[in-house]
Design a protein around this ligand. Structure first.
Ligand SMILES: Cc1cc2nc3c(=O)[nH]c(=O)nc-3n(C[C@H](O)[C@H](O)[C@H](O)COP(=O)(O)O)c2cc1C
Length: 342
């Protein structure tokens, strides 16, 4: 897949995830095979006001796309120019966010209600930046107003280099199923790359999205939470049928430690403990007795206490695994049961 001058041989991308896809998260995705990472949405206005402190770009995470949100064409264009000068390899404009505050400001998915505003923004931004420019859209506002194809063709006419589509309407939020047929419709309507997004949580689903929609790239969001291994798909996507094994307990535990060390370097120790807890939750979700471990997580405010709880939890399930009780405990944890505390 090509994105302007950027070329990817395994087009798997990390979706922008507000409050989640920070530098440590992006770097881990990248190290596991993700070809393009996208920052969480960044306010164009905030960026212009606060400058570089508002957005940290790591030296080793290129190619990187920065996602901007806003509604004012001049402000978006100036912010895009600023971001390009800061080292972004691509710029994405958010046209899909359904959050109330974003919509009230006329940004996010609200833009899809007005193709004229979309056109005004894209023309201005296109003139100001040379790097690849993309947009991320939803299906449309609601079931009666599905206009992804119209917005995609308009964007192509304005010089946009690729379209990412999460085919749910604003009204759907994150409910129901993403309508992959719409990805196919958009792909058939434009000549620029189309990146499919929505409900890809396993390697098989990634491959199915490519096959069923003809999309050029697949963007993964929630499927990457606590699961950077999902990006190790290069050979699988090329047709290799080898079974992809889930990560072992040791790999999970080591990944937590690695994620923590990157987070600590980025935010300092106190900030790291706060930031890592949700990731620890995702890395251990579905493991035996996780419910009882998770219930303690939010109370662990110090690094030592957190690490001790992680060590004790992993030691416990490891011992049980050795005792061949693993399988029966797995089914208990699936029901949220488990009286052991960690
Ligand atoms: C917690 C969370 C934060 C998100 N933040 C953003 C964002 O900043 N920008 C954006 O375009 N989409 C955002 N999204 C939407 C995702 O990028 C993606 O389109 C959606 O989750 C569907 O893909 P998935 O099924 O692979 O998760 C967010 C989604 C979630 C769950």
């Amino acid at each position: 897949m090509r994105l302007g001058h950027l070329q990817f041989d395994h087009p798997l991308m990390l979706a922008p995830l507000s409050g989640i896809s920070d530098y440590p998260f992006r770097r881990i995705a990248k190290e596991n095979g993700c070809s393009l990472v996208v920052t969480e949405m960044v306010s164009a206005e905030g960026l212009l006001r606060k400058g570089e402190s508002f957005l940290k770009i790591g030296k080793d995470e290129n190619p990187l796309s920065v996602q901007l949100f806003g509604s004012n064409p001049e402000i978006l264009a100036d912010a895009a120019q600023r971001v390009e000068s800061m080292g972004a390899d691509a710029i994405d404009i958010n046209m899909g966010c359904p959050a109330k505050e974003v919509i009230e400001a006329g940004a996010g998915v609200d833009l899809m209600r007005s193709p004229e505003r979309v056109k005004g923004i894209l023309k201005k931004v296109r003139k100001k930046v040379r790097c690849p420019l993309t947009i991320k859209i939803r299906s449309g506002w609601d079931r009666e107003n599905i206009n992804a194809v119209e917005i995609a063709t308009l964007a192509e006419d304005c010089g946009v280099d690729a379209i990412s589509i999460h085919p749910r309407t604003k009204a759907q939020g994150f409910h129901g199923q993403a309508d992959w047929n719409l990805i196919k419709e958009v792909k058939l309507a434009v000549h620029i790359p189309v990146i499919g997004n929505g409900d890809v949580t396993t390697p098989c689903l990634a491959r199915r999205m490519f096959e069923e929609t003809g999309c050029d790239g697949v963007m993964i969001g929630r499927g990457a939470l606590g699961n950077p291994w999902i990006f190790r798909l290069k050979n699988f996507l090329k047709g290799e049928e080898r079974v992809i094994l889930p990560p072992s307990l040791e790999e999970r535990r080591d990944m937590i430690h690695y994620h923590f060390s990157l987070t600590q370097d980025h935010y300092g120790e106190k900030g790291a403990v706060r930031m890592i807890r949700k990731n620890v939750y995702w890395y251990t979700k579905g493991l035996p007795y996780c419910a009882s471990f998770h219930s303690r997580l939010s109370s662990l405010k110090e690094r030592e206490a957190l690490f001790e709880a992680i060590r004790s939890y992993f030691d416990f399930i490891k011992r049980r695994e050795k005792c061949h009780l693993f399988k029966s405990m797995e089914s208990r944890s699936a029901t949220g049961g488990g009286e052991k505390t960690f």
